[in-house]
Write a protein that binds this ligand. Structure first.
Ligand code: LAG
Ligand code: CA
Length: 480
């Protein structure tokens, strides 16, 4: 149902005069709306995500958490009550309903490897009292690992599988997920979220739980529940994402790591086009991203702060034929711990976008990036719908410019340099003039003009004149 609605939305948004239709592949792109309250996500689904063809939202964790200002309070569960700084149970349920009606599914972030990392007793956001290893009505000390392998039971050596999975991640009380009662308690929490209509879960810190434990927990959920395990690939580490693909998808961290260098040095190379990419799970198991809430505070070389380069990175990801992309949308920060702005009663506010049309030149702390609204991104969602499952053809790397065709369906081109560059890309698209969907696509008013740039295909070659740090994309549905 939702896929049908979303396809209709993409069709409605497409104003190309030629009678080409998007390929059969259903819209698959997700959007991580980091620390956005439930009522605001419901709004976004109706006004922006549904109409722009996003298929799913990854929310921040919905359960009760420690009562602290930092965003990462969300990652320290106190109880599985759906009462958090992001909204109430009722608001969560209403969000799922409204998003569903707009053709957008909800994937909830499930923090189930651990509880809090607080050494002193406290009271959670919704009023539940707790201690480091005591959560009334939920878990007692016996439900936790005390690995006894390191001085403070903290993970110190990531080359030790035993430490990674049974010691504590930054002091967070580590659940004994081999225990039947622990598995059942986690299962009841996930079932509760499913009863409100969520489509599935991001499994937070999955690497820190044996794959067999995760398999047992999610295996008890209804068939069709979507599972995306967060298993950060690490060089020389024994626990690898491939262990978690038998029961769902995984976030493929290699993807962003491979994408970034070319954006600064202009040296692009094609991925293995014959299927296999080194250190990548198989394409049908991969969820890919340019950045997420952790990497934008850490390893990511390209984030919202990089403006046009960030658009280019997202355009290349959305044009690719590998994996299922999730676009990231958060808020500006200078302090990595700073939570999203809250009201006087401590709930997160849906602050305004710094700029809805694209990256802002400058950001004030707390302003939202609203990447889901950027015309360049929604244009690439349209490109992706038209590209369908057409294979990616060998690319052209020409100085600071690069581009490739999705066979017979569309061509994408980028220029990461600071001078204008003309790049020619072989294509089997029909000769003619095409509207660039990154800079606006077809002009809805006229139907025979482009709102943004126009590029031509002649004699099997698409020619793009790209300004500094620019991307462009044409597809079969955007031919004049
Ligand atoms: C994740 N995936 O595996 C989340 O994506 C990531 O954002 C979480 O870390 C982590 N695992 C645990 O769920 C975040 C912050 C940490 C924060 C942690 C717990 O990046 O900085 O740790 O959530 O809130 C914080 C302090 C630590 C402290 C710990 C316990 O930074 O110094 O030891 O809390 O109190
Ligand atoms: Ca663990």
């Amino acid at each position: 149902m939702s896929a049908v609605l979303a396809t209709a939305a993409v069709l409605a948004a497409c104003t190309a005069p030629v009678g080409q239709e998007p390929a059969a592949a259903a819209p698959d792109v997700g959007i991580q709306l980091f620390q956005l309250p439930w009522t605001a996500i419901a709004e976004e689904c109706e006004t922006t995500l549904g109409p722009n063809g996003f298929a799913w939202v990854l929310t921040s964790p919905p359960q009760e958490h420690i009562d602290r200002e930092e965003w990462w309070a969300s990652y320290q569960p106190v109880s599985y009550d759906l009462e958090s700084r992001l909204g109430s149970r009722e608001e969560f349920a209403e969000m799922v309903e409204r998003c569903d009606a707009a053709g957008v599914e909800i994937i909830a972030d499930a923090v189930v490897n651990h509880m809090t990392g607080q050494d002193t007793p406290g009271v959670g956001f919704a009023g539940t009292p707790y201690e480091h290893y005591e959560y009334p009505g939920l878990y007692t000390d016996a439900d936790f690992h005390h690995c006894g392998l390191t001085s403070f039971d903290d993970i110190e050596d990531y080359t030790s599988r035993e430490q990674v999975q049974t010691c504590e991640l930054v002091n967070l009380a580590d659940l004994d997920t081999a225990s039947t009662t622990v598995r059942e308690t986690i299962g009841a929490y996930l079932d509760d979220l499913l009863s409100l209509g969520v489509a599935g879960f991001r499994i937070d810190a999955a690497k820190h739980m044996p794959a067999d434990d995760v398999a047992a927990i999610v295996g008890a959920l209804p068939e069709g529940t979507r599972i995306i395990s967060e298993v950060i690939r690490g060089g020389g580490e024994p626990v690898v994402p491939e262990e978690y693909t038998a029961f769902g998808e995984v976030f493929e961290f290699t993807y962003a790591r491979d994408l970034a260098p070319a954006l600064s040095n202009g040296v692009f190379s094609d991925p293995g086009l014959e299927g296999e990419r080194p250190l990548h799970v198989s394409p049908d198991r991969a969820v890919v991203f340019v950045d997420n809430h952790d990497t934008e505070r850490g390893e990511a070389d390209v984030t919202y702060r990089d403006g046009p380069l960030y658009v280019i990175a997202n355009a290349l990801m959305l044009a690719d034929d590998y994996g299922t992309p999730v676009v990231y949308s958060g808020y500006a920060f200078t302090d990595r711990d700073a939570g999203a702005p809250t009201t006087a009663d401590g709930v997160v506010e849906a602050t305004t976008c710094a700029e809805a049309d694209g990256p802002a030149g400058e950001y004030e702390d707390g302003e939202r990036t609203c990447v889901q609204s950027w015309p360049a991104i929604t244009g690439m969602l349209e490109f992706r719908a038209y590209a369908g499952d057409a294979p990616r053809m060998p690319g052209v790397d020409d100085g600071d410019a690069y581009g490739f065709e999705r066979e017979g369906r569309g061509v994408v081109a980028v220029n990461v340099g600071d001078e204008t560059h003309v790049i020619e890309i072989p294509t089997s698209l029909e000769d003619g003039s095409y509207c660039d969907v990154v800079s606006g696509g077809a002009d809805p008013a006229s139907g025979d003009r482009c709102a943004g740039a126009e590029y031509t295909v002649a004699d099997g070659v698409a020619t793009f004149e790209l300004g500094p740090a620019a991307a462009a994309a044409i597809h079969v549905g955007a031919r004049l």
